[in-house]
Design a protein around this ligand. Sequence first.
Ligand SMILES: Cc1cc2nc3c(=O)[nH]c(=O)nc-3n(C[C@H](O)[C@H](O)[C@H](O)COP(=O)(O)O)c2cc1C
Length: 364
Amino acid sequence: MEESAMSILYSQSGLGPLTLQNHLVMAPMTRCRATENIPNELMVEYYEQRSTAGLIITEGASPSPNGLGYPRIPGIFSPAQTDGWRRITDGVRAEGAKIFLQIMHCGRIAHPLNLPEGARVLAPSAVASPEEMYTDAEGMQPLPVPQEMTGEDIKTTIAEYVQAAENAVEAGFDGIELHSANGYLLEQFIRPNTNQRTDDYGGAIENRARFVLEVAGVVTDAIGKDRVGIRLSPFGVFNDMPVYDAMESDYTYLAQQLDALGLVYVHLVDHSAMGAPPVPDTIKTTFRELFKCTLILSGGYDAKRAESDLAGGKCDLIAVGRPFLANSDLVERWKKGAAENEPDMATFYTPGEKGYTDYPTLKQ
Ligand SMILES: Cc1cc2nc3c(=O)[nH]c(=O)nc-3n(C[C@H](O)[C@H](O)[C@H](O)COP(=O)(O)O)c2cc1C
């Protein structure tokens, strides 16, 4: 019997009311091809090429001009953006995959040169990241001190998430993923180094979690629980997010609260394959126990480890990033045990088709 015939990975799976053609998820990956922050035909081709995944989670798309931290990342706040995304969801659906939009507000991980006129770099507190960021206009630049969000900014930003989620449904997405990982706005509220507020949104974890839980709550009210997932990176350190003592208990609280909200999935990030400190197994087990809907694990998976974690009941779906980036026909390659193209880091974030839609497939 062929290995794939016994596989869980390649068999149908479910996500809330959706049937997925397999257990493989394409992880969200920012690719900076959205000139003027609008999804375009090149992006349609890129996503269509990868639609043998069970579920595609798109690159992060900003719910607000304020959230567009990097050059050429897409938004989901204007009618032109919604129309652009509709072309992508149509293309992907025709090929059999389901598709969720990742909503990413960069918060303080943003440079004014990358933002449209009038947009602001916002964060829970006025604490700059010591890192630098690439800008199209002036190359690498130090990150600025963000403006501390006022109560009014918080209300406006929550409303922007709701509008973005509604736009996503209008654009034909099966759902949205709240990006609450990797040091962006939602995680900036959760973590004490970036949240030094003294109001209801800062201090104890019940307060630091308030913003993300309010966003998740109003977004599920607007588009339905079955359409809202969330990505978290407990123990993640990307974008100046140091590990601290209460990390495990803080994320245990989040697991309980997200379960109570009834989101359709939690998607955990483990970037140890990219050089980050390993994520303890205990936190993954905590989420498995406390969160009753779908659990997605990601980070450094190959076919063998994916199959083994699915068989071991560690999670329900496996998300894969770089292998999908470099191999649009990844499912076929994994099924056959065929060799894979190596991802070319030099073209991860550069404009144009090179290193984007031109990786060779087995058929070429
Ligand atoms: C080019 C690139 C862009 C990424 N952009 C995002 C993003 O927009 N949102 C996100 O949550 N993670 C992002 N990630 C992280 C991936 O989703 C994934 O967690 C990471 O690549 C590890 O998985 P892998 O070992 O399967 O590649 C990005 C990764 C890469 C390589």
